[in-house]
Design a binder for this molecule. Structure first.
Ligand SMILES: Cc1cc2nc3c(=O)[nH]c(=O)nc-3n(C[C@H](O)[C@H](O)[C@H](O)COP(=O)(O)OP(=O)(O)OC[C@H]3O[C@@H](n4cnc5c(N)ncnc54)[C@H](O)[C@@H]3O)c2cc1C
Length: 318
């Protein structure tokens, strides 16, 4: 890899790209090495709403989510493509307290009555970033490369191999960390989404625990992402036609504006599940490895907060 490289990032999904850009800004000469590159990563399949979903532990996810929220809003203000502040309502079919993540979004507004689709008792609304992955991930790639970063397509077979090349290795392999780090705690959470035309949907809605669980509708500029499923330990990535029909039925019940929506495609991705996100430093021979994986259903929601923490750990390792 040569002496010019001071950090090797494994993985080119949202976690790897955010870390690579932060390390670059801190003065590192960074190479990303990844088996799959955008648009073929799990990150490309994501909805992707800022929403701390299926990630733990909450006491760490909360500040990471807040830091990412603030960073995404700054990026939107700076004109970064694919970051769109959007009204989002989390729906409940029973009276429920404000969600645990409310503080990270700058607070939530309690909604009842006509603001909600039929069948819901309370909703919590906030303006949060929606990330359009086909615009945002290529933008991050361009930004990294414009800063002198290099992206190499290829598998890393072991952390020892990576450490032979570089004194600082960042492991952002997502689900691939199961093999790469020998970590049996990493498991797939299969998720199917359906992309449809947008006949006029404006707000993002989720029902995670109510009558249509798990359903979400996320409007983007030119289309809408509808979900979904979250099946632990299922690893088939072929879209299922029955699931597509269920997603359409549930989402049309949530958002009547979708009645005229036409299906563009269905996709399946495997969220990198883990009981707790692994973000920590490990010494391997003469090198330092910083692990940053296991973000579950919230990789976009946590990316910049986690990247800041990776940078702090990298600084401590210097
Ligand atoms: C249907 C669905 C909907 C989602 N919706 C949202 C949402 O609304 N909001 C949100 O925040 N999140 C959402 N997510 C979750 C989000 O997509 C993930 O948390 C996120 O993509 C994880 O990013 P990552 O960079 O850690 O992993 P990935 O995107 O999986 O990237 C891993 C990278 O590591 C590489 N790699 C793996 N092993 C190796 C190896 N041995 N050698 C070299 N490279 C390797 C891969 O090729 C890839 O480049 C959703 C996910 C799905 C599937």
């Amino acid at each position: 890899m040569g002496r010019q490289v001071s950090a090797l990032v494994i993985g080119c999904g949202i976690s790897g790209l955010a870390c690579a850009i932060r390390l670059q800004a801190a003065g590192h000469r960074v190479v990303i090495r990844a088996r799959e590159l955008p648009p073929a990563t799990t990150s490309d399949v994501a909805a992707a709403l800022w929403y701390p979903y299926r990630c733990a532990p909450k006491e760490k996810a909360l500040p990471w989510s807040k830091a990412t929220f603030d960073e995404l809003m700054r990026q939107h203000a700076a004109g970064v493509p694919g970051v769109i502040p959007t009204t989002f309502i989390e729906l409940f079919d029973h009276d429920a307290p404000a969600p645990w993540w409310a503080e990270a979004a700058g607070g939530v507004e309690r909604c009842v009555g006509e603001d909600l689709p039929p069948g819901y008792v309370v909703g919590y609304a906030a303006t949060v970033p929606v990330i359009e992955t086909p615009l945002y991930l290529p933008y991050l790639v361009r930004r990294f490369e414009a800063g002198g970063g290099v992206i190499v397509a290829g598998e890393v077979r072991s952390l020892a191999e990576a450490c032979a090349d570089c004194a600082l290795v960042i492991n952002c392999a997502g689900l691939g960390a199961r093999e790469l780090a020998g970590d049996p705690e990493v498991f797939p959470i299969q998720g199917q989404v359906v992309r449809v035309t947008n006949p006029g949907a404006r707000r993002a809605l989720t029902d995670d625990q109510g009558p249509r669980r798990i359903s979400y509708t996320i409007p983007r500029q030119a289309d809408v992402i509808l979900g979904g499923t979250a099946l632990p330990n299922a690893s088939d990535t072929t879209p299922d036609a029955t699931t597509t029909a269920t997603i359409l039925r549930n989402c049309r019940a949530l958002e009547p504006a979708l009645a005229a929506a036409e299906v563009l495609e269905a996709r399946v991705g495997l969220r990198p599940g883990r009981a707790a996100i692994r973000l920590e430093r490990e010494r391997l021979g003469a090198s330092v490895v910083i692990h940053n994986y296991g973000h579950g259903g919230a990789g976009f929601t946590l990316a910049w907060g986690c990247a800041d923490e990776v940078c702090r750990l990298a600084g401590d390792a210097a």
